[in-house]
Structure formats: C-alpha cells, structure tokens
Design a protein around this ligand. Structure first.
Ligand SMILES: *Cc1c(COP(=O)(O)O)cnc(C)c1O
Length: 381
C-alpha cells in the first residue's frame, strides 16, 4: 500500500479505457449501453454510477481508509443521505455546535419527521454518556467546530457510543483526511463538505460520505441512488483535481494561519484568538495533537470590546468578505451577522459568538500580504 501523499495524486483511478489518458475522462453520459439484453453491466445510468464519479468516490474511500466512498452534489446532500439511515423513533446525539445547515436540516426537516435529537456538547464525554437512551442509534459531531474551533475526541466518543451500540458519524470538513482519519480513530461513517478543502478552489459544491463497513456501504448506496443528489461528472473531475493538491495546499494553509496567529496575538486591538493549538495547556491541544496532524486553516478572533467588526471587515482589501472556507483565496466573515445570523442573539452569546468575533479562512496568498491587509484594516478601527 502506497503512502497517503501518493494516494492523493494517484489513488482511485480505474484503468477504464485504452487511450493512455492519465486522468479518468469526464464521462458526459447519463446512460450506458447494454451489449445485449440480460448482460450484467458495470454502469447503466448516471444516478446509479458514472465512471468519473466512481473514480473520485474511490480515492475518497482510500484516503479515509474506508470501505466505500459516495459523492453528492453538496455537503448538505451528503448529510441528508447519511441521516436518512435513521427512521422515526430513532434518537441521535448531535453536537450542540454544528454547521448551521445541518442544524436546519435537523430542526426543520428531520425532527418533524419523527427522528429525535439531543444537542450535547461533545467535548463533555460525560454529558454525551448521560444523553444515551434506549433508542439512541448514533452520535454525530464535527471534530473541530465552527467558528470557535473547539475540538472533540473521536476516540473517546467512539468508545462511549460503541458501548451503547450506537454508530459514530463525523463531519471531517475542517481537517480533511490529510490531517485526520476518523474511521481509524473509531468512527463508522465520515462526511465532508467537499466544497471546502477537498475541492479547494471555491468553484463548485460537493459532498462526500465514506463508510467503514460493507454493510453500511450497501445502505448508503441505496440511499444515494434513491434520493439522487449525486455529484455530476464535471464536478467530480474538479474534485479529483482538487484532491491531488490537498497536501501542499493544507501545509500552506497551516503555515499562513500560524503566521497570522502570531501577528494577532501581538496586536493590542485583538481580544482572544481561537485556534486549537494556541493554548498548549488546553484539552483541545491535547486532543488535536493526539488525534490529528494539524489544526487546519480556519481561525477566529475577537476584536477588543467596542471595536467595530463591520468597519474592520469592510476595510479589508485583499481578504474577501464571504462565507465558506477552505479555498485558495482568504475569506473573512462575521459569524454573528453572516453564518450564525439565524441563531437568536442570547443563544449566540451563550455559544460564545460575540458581535466582535471574526472568522478567517486563511488562503494560499503570501502571508505578508495577508498580514499587511489585516494591519491596514486594524488601523481604521
Ligand atoms: C459547508 C459545510 C457543510 C455543508 O456543505 P455544503 O457543501 O455547503 O452543502 C457541512 N459541514 C461543514 C462543517 C461545513 O463547513
């Protein structure tokens, strides 16, 4: 078995034609010919499978060290399919600080259809343990949360969940398999918004599921094919291409993030900086060093009380004011007014999301230029 960096570049490729092409072609074909009635064909219809999508699904399975990968038209489509494994009367323990779209899916779609959820702080393993019920079927969480970058332990949560015969579902969007492989740490199913780091270039949306067992693979395949929100071949090809450079991009994201953190920590206009490795005495630091190879390229910081976050972000010239993350270009957002605007203010404050909190997805530009941009914006507030 070759090493991870080789898998990124060379993994998942079927030898599917005799042209010598080094990349799997973009098969723009929604249907596939049967040589003869009664033959068993590998591909028959795009929703059920397309060679371009298969290739990227295979590489994702290899990277996450799972049984099988599945590609969807967005991260939410993947999450919807994963949570469709459950039926009315099932209970799921879900992190209390998960992606906003996942919260909406849970509250506005799944709860009204009879699936029960308990929102629990997954950093508190005892609280998770206390939340189990007879009908608990899964624990669902993000290892590094948004926007405060809190770290939960896959190992500890998997141990507790498996004692209760519940499965573990991890949204690994922030770390990617380059930094963490949740299936190796005990998870049963791993999810991605591949719109973010895996794709890496802000040019399409995609979602990924990787399963640990054949049994789960069969179930997820049925759901993917039944619900039908599959990734189109053009986007599957872009995702393949993005994945090939994940390692070098992620290394640079982390390097740039570290330089910006050092700058922010020495800036008197900055209150707190949120990134799992800032406080080396914290449990977050312990878990991230034990279970991952780095903390990724997203960080958040608070302006000192009373400083105007709107004025700050509006003054940035290079760093782009936009939601999303994991892209080549640096993106900034103010959670209280953008990604987390839908959460009522008292609840938002309880979660630790102040109006002065700013989230930065550090891109691949020269770190000196990013710091100069931040510096000139600080000068204006
Ligand atoms: C963006 C995101 C999603 C949703 O993915 P889409 O591709 O936007 O549908 C899910 N989880 C996390 C952690 C995300 O950042």
């Amino acid at each position: 078995m070759v090493k991870f960096n080789t898998l990124l570049v060379r993994g998942g490729k079927p030898d599917d034609n005799n042209t010598g092409a080094v990349n799997v072609p973009i098969y723009n074909s929604s249907t596939f010919r049967y040589p003869k009635l009664g033959t068993d064909v590998r591909w028959d219809y795009e929703r059920s499978g397309n060679p371009t999508r298969d290739a990227v699904e295979n590489v994702c399975a290899e990277l996450e060290n799972g049984d099988r990968g599945f590609a969807f038209s967005s991260g939410m489509a993947a999450i919807h399919a994963a949570l469709s494994l459950f039926k009315p009367g099932d209970h799921i323990i879900i992190g209390d600080n998960i992606y906003g779209g996942t919260f909406r899916l849970v509250n506005d779609f799944l709860k009204p259809r009879g699936i029960e959820f308990s929102e629990v702080d997954t950093q508190d393993v005892q609280a998770v343990e206390a939340a189990f019920q007879k009908n608990t079927k899964a624990v669902y969480f993000e290892t590094v949360t948004n926007p405060l970058l809190k770290v939960s332990s896959v190992k500890q949560l998997a141990q507790v969940a498996h004692q209760h015969h519940a499965m573990v579902i991890v949204d690994n969007t922030f770390l990617t398999p380059y930094l963490q492989r949740p299936l190796d740490l005990g998870a049963d199913l791993v999810l991605h918004s591949a719109t973010k780091y895996l794709g890496g270039h802000s040019d399409f949306t995609a979602g990924i599921i990787v399963t640990k067992t054949k049994e789960l693979s069969d179930q997820v395949y049925t759901l993917q094919n039944s619900i039908g929100a599959v990734l189109a071949p053009q986007e599957a090809n872009l995702l393949r291409r993005g994945i090939q450079t994940l390692n070098i991009r992620m290394d640079r994201h982390i390097q740039n993030a570290q330089k910006i953190i050092d700058y922010l920590l020495s800036n008197p206009k900055v209150g707190k900086v949120y990134y799992p490795t800032v406080d080396k005495s914290s449990e977050d630091y312990q878990i991230i060093t034990d279970e991952a190879n780095g903390a990724g390229g997203v960080l958040s910081f608070e302006l000192q009380d009373g400083l105007d976050a709107a004025k700050f972000v509006n003054s940035l010239k290079l760093i782009i004011l936009a939601v999303s993350l994991g892209a080549a270009e640096s993106l900034v957002e103010v959670p209280a007014f953008m990604s987390h605007f839908e959460i009522p203010k008292p609840q938002r404050l309880e979660m630790g999301i102040k109006d002065e909190l700013i989230r930065l997805s550090v891109g691949l530009e020269d770190a000196d230029d990013l710091i100069a941009d931040l510096d000139q914006a600080f000068a204006k507030i």
